[in-house]
Design a protein. Sequence first.
Length: 269
Amino acid sequence: MFKTVVGLGDSVAFGIGDDGDNFSGPGWLGRSAHALRVPKHLNLSFPGARSKDLARVQIPAAECIRPDLALISIGGNDMLRSRFDPPTFARDIRESINRLRRVGTKVFLIEIPDPRRSTVYPSIVGKAFHQRASTINSALRWAAGEEGATVIDLWSVDSIYERDFWHVDRIHPSPRGYQFLTDRTVELLGGRPCAGIPSISAKQPNRWWWLLANASPWVLKRSFDLFPGLSILIAKGLCGGRSSKNSFVAPPSGLEPETLRLTVECSAN
């Protein structure tokens, strides 16, 4: 059915978390290529990618390849930025999908799960991330609807919030989580999930040691950008307000890309 599939987006598309004590797994892309029996797959994603990286760096490369199928995970890093702008994010996603569709590519995207259920945060922080993740998912669904892409629902699927669906960092999927993404992709394409990658051990590393060695440097690196914006978002939540800079209102449907650009820029002002 498909000859070439590409992975685009961030560290989830890259496959971080699909590992154990005796293996390094292939992630959503590799597992899907295996399940769909696609002879060629290429991962153009990279950790830390945001919507602008998808649109300006990864999509031009994908256009040259003209893949039959593209698997996209994007939005998690945008969510963690103090300057996150929903209209700009939505524009980047729609333009990315539009360009892929123009070269004949079928596009799949995944939602961001509810951070309040997937990760342990203080209540007030979880509420702020919940609002922003909901905004990102609304933009993803709007862009996909406008351009004929498919969005895999993660937000409302209760089973994915089980502990063994997640890597020790509680941000990336575990091998079981990646297999779930693969199975849903196959099902939505009209196929039947197969046994997946051969049996492997997915033993998790010691949680506290991992957090000390890996999460602490990551938090320190992000804190200079994330915490000021997060503080503002939390303050608005305490006051009962909802910033227009952190919400997404869909423009009228059927707009061409240039008209869309003008529309979303006006809605941001």
